[in-house]
Design a protein around this ligand. Sequence first.
Ligand code: NDP
Length: 312
Amino acid sequence: MSTLVIKSGGEKGFAEWQRHFAELAPGLTTQFWDDPNIDRAQADYALVWEPEPGALAAMPGLRCIFSTGAGVDHVVHDPAFPKHIPLYRMTPGGAAQRMGEFVCWAVLHLMRDGPRITAQQRDHVWQEFTHPAANELRVGVMGLGALGARAAEMLAGLGFQVAGWSRSAKDIPGVKSYAGEAELPAFLARTDVLVCLLPSTPATRHILSAPLFAQLPRGAMLVNVARGAHQKIGDVLAALDDGTLSAALIDVYETEPLPADSPVWSHPRLVVTPHIASIPSRRERAVHVLGLIREIEAGREPPNRYNPEIGY
Ligand code: NDP
């Protein structure tokens, strides 16, 4: 019988995870990460969000680690992270669809000038205004992985002119592919709405900053649904103030929750969402984890394993 130790959502979160796993896989033993009585050395699997540095290295029996989120930055920033133990990103089937829906909404919201609509309603102002059509806007998606590729396809389906930028070239119907540092300037120069879906790695840290914004057409729009570490938030605010960017929708911040006194909350051209772009239910994620465990126990290598060589 295998043992899965869970660190996600505190005691209440654990109770929910435990209920799902008990229903779906009665043979699996689940243990609460913070329970002082568990024998960590005996754990086969760990399902984690932001484990304390050093904690995973102190679990010598682990066969593999599952991140409760698609990103693994919250695990691998630990200098003692045991790189020899396979780490899997959370990629249940519905996650990409959910992200694609959110990105489409975000791009449409900015295209239709959502901040102005909100302000006009707040101020009881009835004033008509026009906006471009989807086929007049060039959307650029940075990161064409599981989530970015689906978002790009869905945007193309809405009629936007879509391109994507990734490390390696892609062949996605309706999406022009740009790859690598050398093609970044051309990708940015043709992008009216920039969507960030990169993983958080040393190479992508603070990529969304003044030098990059300067390469976009003036008045471009920004959607960041990846990680707060991708943006220099001061540069975003400055770019919104001087017209380099005309609007932004940001779901992720370096400090979450966003502090109550952050100037970000009240910027009139910035839409704040609280890291909600794609959150699969715990049940959906439990089903996914059990699928991974089945693959691993059958001796197969499931996809979406973190690669320490490239950092995602
Ligand atoms: P993947 O690992 O599947 O894809 C990453 C993509 O980024 C790949 O296309 C990769 O290129 C590209 N990439 C990585 N590094 C670089 C680089 N230096 N230069 C250019 N391209 C690069 O990630 P996912 O699509 O699953 O997820 C993306 C991120 O979304 C996650 O890491 C997470 O942080 C965030 N996320 C946010 C959520 C939210 O609710 N806001 C929810 C879930 C995830 P290549 O294809 O060539 O390897």
